[in-house]
Design a protein around this ligand. Structure first.
Ligand SMILES: Cc1ncc(COP(=O)(O)O)c(C=O)c1O
Length: 371
């Protein structure tokens, strides 16, 4: 099978798997226990916090490990709201956040009485800075704006967004699940109050993630363990940090390789005059995500045909598929519901080769000709 769904999840790397197994066997102590076995586990946990903090240019005491990107997103927003001591009730986000955030914002709006502004991007998927500035009022508590989109791969001007929010005194959360380990994520430079990361997108184990919470945010928790009390998943965390280090050390090379693959694919599509539109090619982009709208062919049908031909692609983000929602990013960039139904996403990864992408184009041609 040619796997082209790396934005949904990745296989665990050999290094990460090895560390998972070793830590499970040899560092099995509870990091909350005071004896030596517990202390060794605690030391390893602290080492993992320090390593991750370095990778995102943050402080060690701001790192909290979670069960993944979804929990990191919800817990970040909850924590930022709880830290706020003013009388505001206004939140800002975008129309194209991952469902873990958009569902939580709907909940906050419908059940908790917050006012939420959903910013629309331009045709490339980028958020407009002056629209963001205009949306801020003296009641605004926070803004949550993703670093890169999981469906079309557009990267937001996060540094300028962060600076603007900082100058206006608005807390800033960014979902960095699709960017961490792929492009630079810099908590300080982006003026982030919180950010979320997931392990299984970068060849780490599933069920592990992290939040970075700027230590200047007053964390109104009564628990001495901070945001997430309980026994730390040390094998998962150590394995995740191993995958993160590998991704980080190889980030520039892998980025260049994926960019080359992407360009090759776009050239093939052009040369063959395939009837499809690639979304967001003009703007800043993470290279591994290629979102496209097929001309007059249902995405579900195309996905099944690709599957029959031995190629795994997706019709959107895995979480929205479960609820059969059309891909939000496609609607947000101004496409119709019909277009959204014709959307498929290729996401490239470590094992993707030029010949995989040539095969995709071949199968695309067959699907288009047979339809
Ligand atoms: C942008 C983004 N945020 C959050 C998540 C959720 O992460 P997890 O699967 O670790 O809960 C995903 C997963 O697809 C994602 O792409």
């Amino acid at each position: 099978m040619i796997y082209l769904d790396y934005a949904a999840t990745t296989p665990i790397s050999d290094n990460a798997l090895h560390v998972y197994s070793e830590v499970s066997k040899t560092m099995f102590g509870n990091s909350n226990s005071l004896h030596d076995v517990g202390t060794s586990a605690k030391n390893l946990l602290e080492h993992c916090c320090a390593e991750l903090a370095t990778m995102i240019n943050g402080q060690e005491k701001g790192i909290y490990f979670t069960t993944g990107g979804t929990e990191s997103n919800v817990l970040s927003i909850q924590t930022l709201i709880n830290s706020y001591n003013g009388t505001g009730n206004h939140l800002i986000t975008t129309e194209m956040e991952h469902s873990s955030l958009s569902n939580y914002f709907y909940y906050l709006e419908k059940k908790e009485g917050y006012r939420v502004t959903y910013l629309s991007p331009n045709a490339n998927g980028e958020i407009n800075l002056s629209e963001l500035a205009n949306a801020i009022t003296n009641k605004t508590i926070l803004a949550s704006i993703q670093h890169a989109n999981s469906e079309i791969g557009v990267v937001q001007p996060i540094e300028q967004i962060g600076k603007l929010l900082y100058e206006r005194g608005v807390l800033f959360h960014s979902d960095c699940v699709q960017t961490f380990g792929k492009i630079s994520v810099d908590a300080k430079r982006y003026y982030l109050d919180s950010l979320s990361i997931s392990s299984h997108k970068i060849y780490g184990p599933k069920g592990v993630g992290a939040i970075y919470l700027n230590p200047s945010v007053k964390c109104n928790t009564t628990d001495s363990n901070g945001l997430l009390p309980g026994t730390a998943n040390l094998p998962g965390i150590a394995s995740f940090i191993t995958a993160a280090q590998d991704a980080h050390n190889n980030m520039d090379n892998e980025h260049a390789r994926l960019l080359k693959l992407r360009k090759h694919f776009l050239n093939l599509v052009n040369n063959q005059q395939l009837k499809m539109e690639i979304i967001g090619t003009d703007g800043p982009q993470i290279p591994h995500i290629i979102g496209m709208i097929l001309d007059n062919i249902q995405g579900d049908y195309a996905m099944l045909e690709f599957n029959r031909a031995g190629i795994a692609v997706s019709t959107g983000s895995a979480c929205s598929l479960e609820h059969k929602q059309p891909t939000k990013a496609i609607l947000a960039v101004g496409k119709s519901e019909t277009d959204a139904k014709q959307f498929i996403r290729l996401s490239l990864g470590q094992r993707t080769t030029i010949s995989d992408l040539e095969k995709v184009v071949e199968v695309c041609l067959e699907i288009i000709n047979d339809y």
